[in-house]
Design a protein around this ligand. Structure first.
Ligand SMILES: [Zn+2]
Length: 327
């Protein structure tokens, strides 16, 4: 039988036609997708390295790297976290269908905005406030630094010709539900929430970098979940495809425009993000507990640099989705 196949293959090649594939690759398990095959359908070549544990999909202007058993994907240099780790089965790398639909696909083909609905109004939320100080490092309270960066971001957005609605303008407490409601009532086109991180315990001073969050898709795991708890649908999930693109553009601008290390575009079900009527992100712009990040957070120059980078990301997103072409 094998001889017959060989002779047939030779005959095909003699005729100047490629030999037909003798064996089809086995079908993917339900809910999973073969990344090399997906890449081929988009003109991306597959390259396996890292002792067989890393898959790179490479195109003319794109490189996406996947690691077996890891939820971390590097897309053109930006760290993006999936809901489910990549599985390697035999020599194939498999991604969950949900991650494809809610993360990879929109990043590769960003959704366009109708020409009649350009981005004009951005809601800026300074996290915490009033009785809620947020993270505390010595005598420094997160809420105050959030507010200062929010003011800088407002000025940068207005200079770029956009209008801004500030969720809070002073040191007052606002419920999380009211923050989303204020943005919704103002009919803001985008929502950007500003926070700073902190971590306690041994080795905590070494933890540093920026994390950009957007809402976890329904049924998926959030990045910082210890287990794999799914979660239900929220109004903010109407914008899953926009959320991840906005998060990526903001994150890329911040990692490129500041000294902050890339800790990834991550997923969380933060209350304010669950309730939004528009795409939204939450930026954790560095660790208050790290001396290097602190130089950015605790100086006016550092905060201006961060605010401008975030606004650059918002403007890059606006250009991308308003004209709909890949950048
Ligand atoms: Zn915070």
């Amino acid at each position: 039988m094998r001889h017959v196949a060989l002779v047939l293959a030779l005959l095909w090649s003699w005729c100047g036609v490629a030999a037909p594939v003798q064996r089809r690759a086995p079908a993917e398990p339900h809910g999973w997708l073969d990344l090399a095959r997906w890449g081929a359908s988009r003109g991306l070549g597959a390259r396996v390295g890292g002792k067989g544990l890393q898959l790179d999909l490479v195109g003319r202007s794109t490189q996406i790297s996947f690691l077996a058993d890891s939820a971390r994907v590097v897309l053109d240099g930006t760290d993006i976290r999936l809901g489910t780790p990549i599985r390697r089965v035999g020599d194939r790398f498999l991604m969950s269908e949900r991650d494809l639909q809610t993360t990879l696909q929109p990043l590769m083909s960003p959704p366009k905005r109708p020409a009649t609905r350009p981005i004009r109004l951005v809601a800026i939320n300074a996290g915490h406030g009033g009785k809620d100080p947020g993270n505390i490092e010595g005598r420094r309270q997160e809420k105050l630094y959030n507010l200062m960066v929010a003011g800088e971001a407002r000025r940068a957005l207005e200079r770029a010709g956009l209008r801004v609605v500030m969720i809070r303008q002073d040191d007052t407490f606002v419920e999380l539900e009211s923050r989303a409601a204020k943005a919704n009532n103002a009919k803001a086109d985008l929502y950007v929430s500003l926070h700073f991180n902190a971590v306690q315990g041994p080795g905590s001073r070494e933890v540093h970098g920026v994390e950009t969050y957007c809402l976890t898709p329904a049924g998926a795991s959030s990045t910082n979940d210890s287990g794999h708890h799914g979660g239900g649908w929220h109004p903010g999930n109407r914008f899953d495809r926009d959320n991840i693109v906005l998060a990526r553009m903001v994150h890329r601008a911040v990692t490129g425009g500041t000294e902050l290390e890339d800790r990834g575009v991550r997923r969380a079900r933060f209350k304010e993000l669950t309730l939004l009527d528009m795409p939204g992100v939450l930026v954790e712009g560095g660790y208050m507990t790290n001396p290097d990040d602190g130089r950015g957070i605790y100086t006016p120059e550092g905060r201006t640099q961060l605010a401008r980078a975030i606004v650059d990301g918002v403007l890059a997103y606006k250009r991308l989705v308003e004209r709909g072409a890949a950048e």
